[in-house]
Design a protein. Sequence first.
Length: 429
Amino acid sequence: MTTEATRPVPLYSDEYAADPYAVFDELRKHGSCAPVELAPGVVATLVIGYRAALEVLQDPETYSKDPRVWQHNLPPDSPVAPMLSWRQNLLFNDGEVHARYRKAITDSFSLIEPYALRDLVHRTSDMLIQNFADRGEVDLVGEYARALPLLIFNSLFGMPDEDSVRVVKWMAGFMEATSPKEANEALVSYDTYLRELVAARRESPGADLTSWLVEHPAELTEQEVVDEIMMTTSAGHEPTANLIANALARMLSDDRYYRTVSSGALTATDAITDVLWNNPPMLNFSTHFPRRDVDLHGTWIQKGTPVLISYAAANTAPSDLPKGPRSDTGAHLSFAAGPHACPVKQPAVLISSTAIDRLTSWLCDIRLTVPYDQLTWRPGPFHRALTALPARFTPIAPDQKGTNPWNVSRSSSTPPHATSRETSNVSAP
Ligand code: HEM
């Protein structure tokens, strides 16, 4: 029987988006696990204790990632259906199937040299900064943080520069669609495009992630490569955009960071670490389904029902965090943990810190025009995403003396083709 005390708490409301940590504090009365509603009629268990979260993430024998036992319960038009329905990729599979897809991704990403990636981020950042630098004001979410990861992925997957506008439109179309019809149209166009790209790379491989996936010893089929690309770009886009935006919001509203532009002590990496602990890009995800009825730290969870991890609540859980000095920065759960932990965390942090450093080095007096506590957040049970991040700065012009974002990228000192295979095509967008 559902009583007031056990009624699932909605994670899709505006109140939750405004202050999720107040909701997590309220949920702590349940212990390490609490009943929540992800969308109307979609009920789940949210793990909010640190140790309980680790237990789920590190125990694939008990907790499966495959939603097919449950997804028939999802209302077909539910807004969370795309995030929770099974697909043929690493996120929704266990065991050997998962390991095969995951190895193809980790092996392929390992061929990208960090300095080549940094150079790509510099050129992509400069290109975006050129669009607003002479204006003196910008929405850092719409014009920078959300635009940058998509352009980077285009390059990494070897999509020709001239296709980048329509590819970015399709990707944004299916990830940020306002209706299922719009999402489906974008998805079909992107899928068709990717099939052509994969066929072309099979015919004539280049030095890019698509070719490396095609050539991988896992012998992925054409459809599997297409699904890997789609999964990786969508898994990477939202959290990377939020990591950049949330860290910039912290930095540009706090004088301790502001001073660093010339002389202070705190850096972009500090802001990223702070965000990963205290305001992570994904607040809750890692959906699992127990293979049998389980008792998780005092809560009975029924076999085949969804269990999500609240990285945000677990990171800040007051009582069950490991005791002792917390000098390590590796123990937050914001990249998850266990077999499905984010396989691309180092590149993701490198992209984010480089993008922030590049922006603040060109626009060194950039400041928010809205106080931090008046910023607004997009509703939704999974992400921690700002709706906008308005900022102001002293404009800079293309014909300005010395190096500027317009002339520096043209004379970049780092060669564009620079990876461990010497042939990588992480070219400028
Ligand atoms: C370059 C950018 C990124 C790429 C390409 C990427 C890619 C991926 C992929 C392929 C997975 C699935 C792993 C698996 O199931 O075995 C994954 C999982 C995950 N990623 Fe990332 N990621 C990126 C950035 C980030 C960032 C910035 C965050 C947040 C701090 C993040 C958090 C996570 C989490 C929490 C999971 C586990 C999801 C789950 O199991 O449900 N990722 N990522």
